[in-house]
Design a protein around this ligand. Structure first.
Ligand SMILES: NC(=O)c1ccc[n+]([C@@H]2O[C@H](COP(=O)([O-])OP(=O)(O)OC[C@H]3O[C@@H](n4cnc5c(N)ncnc54)[C@H](OP(=O)(O)O)[C@@H]3O)[C@@H](O)[C@H]2O)c1
Length: 329
């Protein structure tokens, strides 16, 4: 457990490299307010990352960075990680979903699922669900999903979810980014029905570098990981975590420079979100991992016209309107 109460206890999945590592570094620098949990698949790389961040920020005395290791290619590891998080970091109130892979050739996990789908999407689906009660209890809380404009590349093929018939690494990657985008929006709606109305927020950021930066020498990178701190969204992610003016902003999509942009039609399609959610739940159940949370509502309460209409809908359908407090106008 963090030795003292920090304003934020922040989990960053996939923080041992690339953008996730940069975010961890930036957030750790604010050592009076932020406690940062670096996640990665290997304990050795995690502990090296923590040491680097501590050294770069001269934080030897300020132990505000820890790590948790779990391989997202195994569902049991993710379940174990969720339990470990609850015990070690009970004040968790910020969840940045960043871990992701782009795999050249189709391969399957030990659980028999397409590897990219499992690492990029299903693991996050499980973790989001498992951590929601803690995030709600520790509100104000923020969920930030690191996405990509590639999510608009294709739609989900439910007849070939595991890409057995057709595997294209970019298509499969883009689909997993779409899935995370849709699930984040579904969580936003789910939170709304819990009556927490914007004390727990859920947003997506497109970490794609803006086209105008493509010739910027400061962005040249020897590896596929970004080195440019201006264009890859690190600054925007930091704002989504810390900025007071974004405390009640939820269900939104931002570009890497922080501008709010429109999600694709499919990403905000509530029926599509519902179908994906149910599919994920079934997959978790088939792996003996029951989803710890109920499904999001099938109707977007935000689109019901008025908050009174939403309340009426809740009373008629979900019986949770007693927890639904109308926000002050
Ligand atoms: N880079 C881009 O061009 C770009 C553009 C738009 C959006 N994005 C998004 O930005 C995020 C970061 O991308 P990036 O390119 O910076 O990533 P990256 O450098 O490739 O780092 C990926 C991270 O995910 C972790 N990871 C990989 N496989 C894992 C597994 N089986 N279990 C647990 N963790 C695992 C890695 O851990 P290890 O260190 O152990 O491998 C690493 O920490 C992603 O969500 C990506 O979709 C990136």
């Amino acid at each position: 457990m963090p030795p003292r109460a920090y304003k934020r206890t922040i989990l960053i999945t996939g923080a041992t490299d690339g953008i996730g590592k940069q975010i961890a570094n930036s957030l750790a620098a604010n050592h009076r307010e932020n406690f940062v949990i670096v996640h990665g698949r290997s304990p050795t790389k995690c502990s090296q990352t923590v040491a680097t961040i501590m050294a770069e920020n001269k934080l030897e005395m300020e132990c505000n960075v820890e790590y948790i290791a779990a391989d997202f290619s195994t569902v049991k590891e993710v379940v174990r990680m969720a339990e470990e998080l609850k015990i070690r970091f009970p004040r968790l109130n910020t969840f940045i979903a960043c871990a992701s892979v782009l795999i050249n050739r189709r391969s399957t996990s030990a659980d028999g699922l397409e590897l990219g789908f499992q690492i990029n999407h299903l693991s996050h689906f499980y973790l989001w669900n498992a951590m929601l009660p803690l995030l709600e209890a520790n509100a104000p809380s923020r969920i930030i999903t690191v996405g990509s404009s590639l999510h608009a590349m294709g739609s989900i093929d439910y007849d070939d979810l595991m890409a057995e018939k057709l595997y294209d690494k970019y298509l499969q990657y883009s689909r997993t980014k779409l899935m995370n985008h849709m699930t984040t929006m579904a969580i936003h709606r789910l939170l709304y029905t819990h009556g927490v109305h914007f004390s727990v927020t859920a947003n997506v950021i497109d970490a794609e570098e803006p086209a105008e930066n493509h010739h910027d020498v400061t962005c040249l990178s020897a590896s596929r990981s970004y080195l440019c701190s201006r264009g890859n969204g690190v600054h925007t992610i930091q704002r989504l975590v810390e900025a007071p003016e974004l405390a009640h902003v939820s269900g939104k999509y931002f570009d890497s420079m922080g501008k709010e942009i429109r999600s694709t039609t499919v990403a905000v399609d509530e029926r599509a979100q519902q179908r994906l959610w149910e599919t994920d739940e079934k997959l978790c159940a088939s792996l003996d991992v029951p989803s710890p949370r109920p499904s999001p509502p099938t109707v977007d309460l935000m689109h019901l016209g008025s908050l009174e209409a939403a309340r009426k809908h809740l009373l008629e359908n979900n019986n949770v309107a007693d927890k639904f407090v109308l926000p002050a106008v």
